[in-house]
Design a protein around this ligand. Structure first.
Ligand SMILES: [Zn+2]
Length: 254
């Protein structure tokens, strides 16, 4: 408090002196001239204030998460991003099947990351392929290194594009698989160790249990739906990831 008061007093003493000095040095209309000739520069950023702003914690699971998962629907832009992620793929034949099943520009992926095959044959829309490749790069590869001291060699899936309704029913909503917007991952193969099947892992803590949990949690950042063992019987042996769009950007991470 004492410091603040002293500074205030000093400023009050200096200001009138400064005004007198300027009046002596400058011609009467100098202020007006400079106002016309030299536009006032925009205020500079104030680092002290920026530092004071507390960034919110990353909360990928927030129900009202509004950051679009699908950043750009332009297929060329997406394909370029896929290439930069190191994905090996080719353009597959556009799918326009009956019952609303449709993938206008599917990609067939052979490697989801350099040296990591995606098998068997796959057909995904580009945005889903990109989400999968980003998950592979940012979650699976680091987790394999730190938890398993290994390197994945293949991602084995049960299905990518399939023209069917949800849960294989005869009626109801189309499955996200029907638009190439989903993948079911069954197993991950590694160099120099047994493949790891996605399955219910109850019981005591193990490296594999921790690894599988890390993959699943990490997927919630890139996909809007993440289901797997424990969700229900239909998902006991695989992860289902998709990019379903929901009102308010709501994500389902179970
Ligand atoms: Zn599925």
């Amino acid at each position: 408090m004492a410091v603040t008061r002293r500074r205030g007093c000093r400023r009050n003493r200096v200001a009138p002196l400064l005004a007198v000095a300027l009046a002596v040095v400058l011609p009467p209309d100098a202020g007006a001239q400079s106002a016309v000739a030299e536009p006032v520069p925009p205020p500079q950023p104030r680092p002290a204030v920026v530092e004071a702003v507390r960034l919110p914690d990353a909360r990928p699971l927030a129900p009202a998460h509004n950051e679009p998962i699908i950043r750009d629907n332009s297929s060329e832009t997406c394909l370029a991003r896929l290439r930069s992620l190191g994905v090996t793929f080719s353009a597959a034949t556009p799918i326009a099947a009956s019952r609303g099943c449709r993938v206008p520009a599917p990609v067939a992926i052979t490697e989801i990351a350099p040296g990591v095959r995606l098998t068997p044959d796959s057909r995904l829309n580009c945005q889903t392929a990109e989400a999968l490749a980003t998950w592979m790069r940012d979650v699976v590869l680091p987790a394999s290194r730190t938890e398993l001291k290994s390197r994945p060699t293949a991602l084995v899936h049960d299905s990518t594009y399939v023209c069917r309704r949800r849960n294989g029913r005869a009626d109801g909503k189309l499955s996200e698989h029907a638009t190439g917007n989903a993948i079911d991952i069954r197993t991950i193969a590694f160099a120099g160790r047994d493949a790891l099947p996605i399955r219910i892992r109850n019981g005591r803590a193990s490296t594999e249990k921790r690894f599988q949990a890390r993959l699943r949690k990490g997927a919630c950042k890139y996909f809007s739906t993440v289901l797997g063992p424990g969700t229900n019987a239909a998902h006991a042996t695989h992860f289902h990831f998709d990019l379903a769009r929901r009102k308010g950007g709501y994500r389902l991470c179970q």
